[in-house]
Design a binder for this molecule. Structure first.
Ligand SMILES: Nc1ncnc2c1ncn2[C@@H]1O[C@H](COP(=O)(O)OP(=O)(O)OP(=O)(O)O)[C@@H](O)[C@H]1O
Ligand SMILES: [Mg+2]
Length: 251
């Protein structure tokens, strides 16, 4: 699905937190949303999701205003992994991931719902902990459960707010690699993330947010030392390792 953000403005109270955001996200894009703390990444993700109603402008999914899409249909189309997941009631990992099938389940899960859930658990390396309570897992394992639940929803659009913050390096690479491979299967992904190198490695489009406005957007070539310095107010330099470009801060 395409996501069009047209002149979006949003305020929690008086002052706007998002200021005239425009973006055209294409079907199959993996977009990294980067920017300083408080720049509006989480707020923008909640606007795309429809959790927050924009004050001005519109969010269009394949040209249709999100507000006119019935809630049940929206639940099947969009999956969202929030930045901080409040601990849910004690629940087995299997059941927590099965919850992703909720928009499809009528009365009780079908065999296909159970099969799809088992497949996702395997894909996320969660088979061994499937019968454990979610709240007994480590932070990173829990994060994998939440991402698995979102994908179990088989959404057209997947929104993730700092999904790799709790993950060790191996799972950061695995999950981001998995997400990138999913874009081949008709899914559009938007990820708010802080690691600028991971963003430019895995995303095909980068949107830089600064104080609620788009500071720069485009392909990964916009992740230049100049842009990163201006965006985060730090000095950086570029290093090359085996042909890959890395941005590192300079003290
Ligand atoms: N529920 C709220 N009520 C009032 N103001 C809020 C609320 N949530 C966020 N804000 C404010 O909106 C601005 C943008 O916050 P947001 O959480 O979108 O930033 P962010 O880019 O996701 O930051 P971070 O990198 O820290 O997650 C901040 O100034 C924040 O204080
Ligand atoms: Mg945030």
């Amino acid at each position: 699905m395409n996501i069009t953000l047209r002149d979006i403005t949003f305020s929690y109270d008086k002052d706007p937190v998002l200021n005239g955001i425009n973006a055209a996200i294409e079907h199959g894009d993996l977009v990294a949303l980067v920017g300083p703390n408080g720049s509006g990444k989480s707020t923008l993700i909640k606007c795309i999701n429809g959790i927050l109603a924009v004050s001005e402008g519109e969010v269009l999914l394949d040209g249709t205003n999100i507000r006119t899409i019935p809630t049940a249909e929206r639940a099947r189309k969009i999956a969202y992994v929030p930045q901080t997941e409040h601990k849910a009631v004690p629940m087995k990992v299997f059941d927590a991931v099965l919850l992703g099938r909720k928009p499809y389940i009528f009365l009780k899960p079908s065999n296909s719902d159970l099969e799809i859930t088992s497949g996702i658990l395997k894909q996320f390396d969660l088979e061994d902990v499937a019968m454990r309570d979610v709240h007994t897992l480590s932070g990173g394992q829990q994060q994998r459960v939440f991402i698995a639940r979102a994908l179990n929803q088989q959404p057209d659009i997947l929104l993730l707010d700092e999904p790799t913050a709790n993950l060790d390096l191996k799972y950061q690479m695995e999950i981001l690699g998995l997400l990138r491979s999913l874009t081949q299967q008709n899914i559009t992904i938007v990820i708010a993330m802080h690691d600028i190198n991971m963003a430019s490695h895995f995303a095909n489009r980068v949107v830089m947010l600064k104080q609620g406005s788009v500071f720069a957007s485009g392909g990964r070539e916009i992740v230049t030392a100049e842009n990163v310095e201006q965006l985060f107010q730090v000095k950086v330099r570029i290093i090359y390792e085996n042909g890959t470009r890395f941005i590192v801060p300079v003290e």
